[in-house]
Design a protein around this ligand. Structure first.
Ligand SMILES: [Fe+2]
Length: 376
């Protein structure tokens, strides 16, 4: 078993108080902050920036796009280098956090972004990297992965290296209350997929199993409440912990075919990541049920207290409906004619399909997309 280290974590309403001392520990003098246009206008961002500025110079990149492209991250790196950054803060959803990881990597590695895409292509530890999520789902604060978009190939590309693991993460429930229910539901289902896929992965181990099942229990308890009562801090903290635990689970065990099938949707239609996973999860899980009934019974028990392999998928379909997620690719506006090219494209995501519990060939891939199209 090989366990990947987790970052130092501060969780709770006062977690950001530790940011200044944490920056001081690495002697950060010039801090480059990566965030998005919405988050940069919030009071939470202003409070965080004030802490970061205590005795330090700070520069902000606040134009991170959703699904950041290789080109945009290259531009961020140029700005961070021109500023002379020696530490990086990523604040926001998965997009600015993933971008911040690659910016921090580029500060201490003389490589272009394209040269770091792949596994273990970041030779040196990244610049000190601090992560502050404002959504609860990506778990990116716990992982050694950054997902970028290759706009030419219309595909997601991953930088995977333990050298981009964050140094510290700050999980503050108040920073997630302004998330609208739509984002809360999509990101929450992303965490659900991280936990479920990690639990079924061929690379799973007892540690990732424990994290995955605990995350599922928290999601079952808090996701609907976080959607219906956005100001409920207990629900928000529960989902932040779920997201973090699910992140630890999948960084140690990998995600599998749900994420693989979601990639072409994100690349072609910019379907938000969590929504793409939500659309694909039921047919992929049904494909994986055969031969893995005991694992599915474990998942069902953790998620809804019923030890029955067949119950798991209907339960999560019901949750998706309750939190207002679209149920079919057709509802999401995907043309039926594109199912075949997407089925061909998904077979190229070998990194994830290789660890999926059941093999997936071209006819399986097409059937899975067809079922997702119909919302089955
Ligand atoms: Fe994900």
């Amino acid at each position: 078993m090989h366990l990947i280290p987790m970052p130092e974590v501060f969780c709770g309403s006062d977690a950001l108080e530790a940011l200044s001392s944490t920056l001081a520990q690495v002697n950060a003098q010039r801090v480059f902050i990566v965030t998005g246009p919405h988050v940069s206008q919030t009071d939470g961002f202003a409070a965080m920036k004030a802490v970061a500025e205590m005795g330090r110079d700070v520069a902000v990149f606040n134009e991170t796009q959703g699904d950041p492209s290789v080109e945009q991250v290259t531009e961020m790196i140029a700005q961070a280098k021109a500023f002379g950054a020696d530490a990086v803060i990523g604040m926001g959803g998965g997009s600015p956090i993933d971008a911040a990881k690659v910016v921090a990597a580029a500060l201490f590695n003389d490589r272009k972004v394209e040269e770091m895409v792949g596994t273990d292509l970041v030779p040196n530890r990244c610049a000190p990297l601090f992560i502050i999520p404002t959504t609860a789902g990506t778990g990116s604060e716990a992982t050694n992965i950054s997902i970028l978009t290759d706009t030419e190939e219309q595909m997601k590309k991953a930088v995977i290296s333990n050298n981009i693991l964050p140094h510290a993460a700050f999980l503050v429930p108040e920073l997630t209350v302004s998330m609208p229910p739509r984002i809360t539901s999509m990101t929450g289902i992303d965490a659900f997929c991280h936990a479920t896929e990690a639990y079924l992965s061929k690379r799973r181990n007892p540690y990732s199993d424990g994290m995955a099942l605990r995350a599922l229990g928290l999601i079952a308890r808090w996701l609907e409440k976080a959607c219906s009562e956005p100001e409920n801090l207990e629900a928000r903290e529960g989902m932040l912990m779920a997201s973090f635990f699910a992140g630890l689970a999948f960084t140690n065990a990998s995600v599998t075919a749900i994420h693989a099938f979601a990639y072409p949707l994100g690349g072609r239609y910019h379907t938000p990541h969590g929504m793409a996973n939500a659309l694909m999860l039921a047919p992929v899980l049904r494909h994986n049920l055969d031969g893995n009934e005991e694992r599915f019974a474990d998942l069902s028990e953790a998620f809804c207290g019923i030890r029955d392999a067949e119950t798991f998928v209907p339960q999560v379909q019901a949750l998706k409906k309750n939190i207002g997620l679209p149920m079919s690719l057709e509802d999401a506006g995907v043309p039926e004619a594109d199912l075949e090219p997407m089925a061909e494209a998904v077979l190229g995501v070998t990194r994830l399909l290789e660890v999926n519990p059941n093999p997936i060939g071209i006819s399986d891939a097409l059937r899975i997309y067809q079922e997702a199209f119909k919302g089955e």
